[in-house]
Design a protein around this ligand. Structure first.
Ligand code: ATP
Ligand code: MG
Length: 233
């Protein structure tokens, strides 16, 4: 079982392929201290999503070891593992229901005050309070009444309320206006504070603020370091 984790993550000589004889990752070594923000960068197909998939133990046929707080993820109960890891996907998941229910999806017991506090922290409160019924506004599954940026902020509020020790975030590539972009950057700062985070990063601003940048190419790590270290190469 995984007790409350601190968020130390290690990959030890990890090799993995979705198909036999076609490794998607090779020789992956990572040592992430609790609280660090890790940006995963690299071309399409380089293995960024595969790294986070293995952390969530979506596949068991891994060579080498993936450890959280020193415990092999294969030895952890799946539900306890996944309750410690929050995932914010690029294609933000909004279901039909109220804004409030969407935010407390991972914490159904959260009070209205907690929902609002989370929304305020990620700068989502302003747009929500301008909706016809505020937090009680019904949204549709496709979330078409909400802009891309608003959906991102909603998913940040949801993740913040769930408060996982480890957060995985697949950053959106879609272009959003500068003001929303700024808001999202601020919200990210709040969301990432005090937890171990892996971001599949596309924005330079995110990459610059990461504690560790991991550059992948064809399933191997070709560089890792912080922004200043990598700029010197
Ligand atoms: P992108 O930027 O496009 O999201 P990525 O860096 O996340 O790319 P991965 O999804 O990790 O790349 O893919 C790494 C390799 O594994 C690629 O060669 C890809 O084709 C392959 N792959 C990924 N998912 C699967 C799957 N479900 N089945 C088979 N092969 C897969
Ligand atoms: Mg991917």
């Amino acid at each position: 079982d995984l007790p409350d984790v601190r968020g130390h993550v290690r990959f030890e000589n990890v090799e993995f392929g979705y198909e036999a004889d076609r490794p998607a990752l090779r020789g992956i070594d990572l040592d992430i201290e609790p609280g660090m923000t890790v940006a995963l960068v690299g071309h399409t197909g380089s293995g960024k999503s595969t790294i986070v998939n293995l952390l969530c133990r979506f596949y068991d046929t891994v060579k080498g070891r993936v450890l959280i707080d020193g415990i092999d993820v294969r030895d952890a109960k799946l539900d306890s593992l996944r309750s410690q890891i929050g995932i914010v996907l690029q294609d933000t998941f909004i279901f039909s229901g109220t804004i409030r229910d969407n935010i407390r999806y991972g914490r159904p017991d959260a009070t209205d005050a907690e929902v609002e506090a989370a929304a305020r922290s990620v700068r989502a409160h302003d747009f929500i309070s301008q909706l016809p019924d505020g937090y009680d506004t019904e949204v549709q599954e496709r979330g078409s009444a909400l802009s891309m940026g608003q959906r991102q902020l909603l998913s940040f509020a949801r993740a913040l309320l769930a408060d996982p020790r480890i957060l995985i975030l697949d950053e959106a590539t879609a272009s959003i206006d500068t003001e929303t972009e700024l808001r999202i950057q601020e919200a990210l700062g709040t969301l990432l504070a005090d937890r171990t985070s892996f971001i599949v990063a596309h924005r330079l601003s995110t990459i610059r603020h990461a504690d560790l940048i991991v550059v992948l190419d064809h399933g191997v790590i070709v560089e890792q370091g912080n922004h200043d270290q990598l700029m010197k190469l």
